[in-house]
Design a protein around this ligand. Sequence first.
Ligand SMILES: C[S@@+](CC[C@H](N)C(=O)[O-])C[C@H]1O[C@@H](n2cnc3c(N)ncnc32)[C@H](O)[C@@H]1O
Length: 217
Amino acid sequence: MTRLVPVQVTAELEAYLESLIPEREPVLARLEQELEADNVPAIGVQVGNLLRLLLRMVGAGSALELGTAAGYSGIWLLRGLDQGRLVTLETDPERAERARRNFAEAGFEKQAEVREEDALAYLERPGESFDCVFNDLLNSFPSEAVVERCFELSLTRLRPGGLLIADNALRRGEVVRPTGRQARNVAHYNRLVAGSPQLDSVVIPMRDGVSLALLRK
Ligand SMILES: C[S@@+](CC[C@H](N)C(=O)[O-])C[C@H]1O[C@@H](n2cnc3c(N)ncnc32)[C@H](O)[C@@H]1O
């Protein structure tokens, strides 16, 4: 088999890929400018478009997001849900409020529930199941033990055939030789996903890496 050298995604190629993404609502375009200026984390256009597409592909009717920030990724998830419902968890009250305003501006007020709550605390309580769990906390966890607990609990909230997705699965490439806490956490998450007999999975090297897994039926 001929080994193809992976394409280096230059800024020019990145701009080309983004130019292929269909026109989006003004609120998303505004947030792309605003969040960069305010230094608020967000998944970016390409991962957003991927989330929307994945949810459409499995016909998802509901999603749980861990880590709302200003609601940028939430809007992409809602665009993929086709009238479905999003529950999204954020510990920072100002960000939660900002996300609520952005969801309303995007026309998703009735479909989005922003809960000002620690994601682990929410998951620890028995509750509803979802067609997708999107974990955007891989860079925020304090330890590998918490990563593992969150992973286990996320599986209990997924319907069979549901998607478990996480952003930052490559941690700026540091997962190869993880030395810092965050890189070790992310590498641990990747091992858990890859080693789970319940999941079929892949890490997509898009932006900072997207972990994508399907819960077997
Ligand atoms: C990477 S950002 C989320 C970005 C967002 N998903 C987007 O792409 O638009 C992670 C967010 O999770 C929040 N956060 C950190 N630890 C949390 C926890 N344990 N439970 C809920 N939210 C948390 C942070 O305040 C931060 O706003």
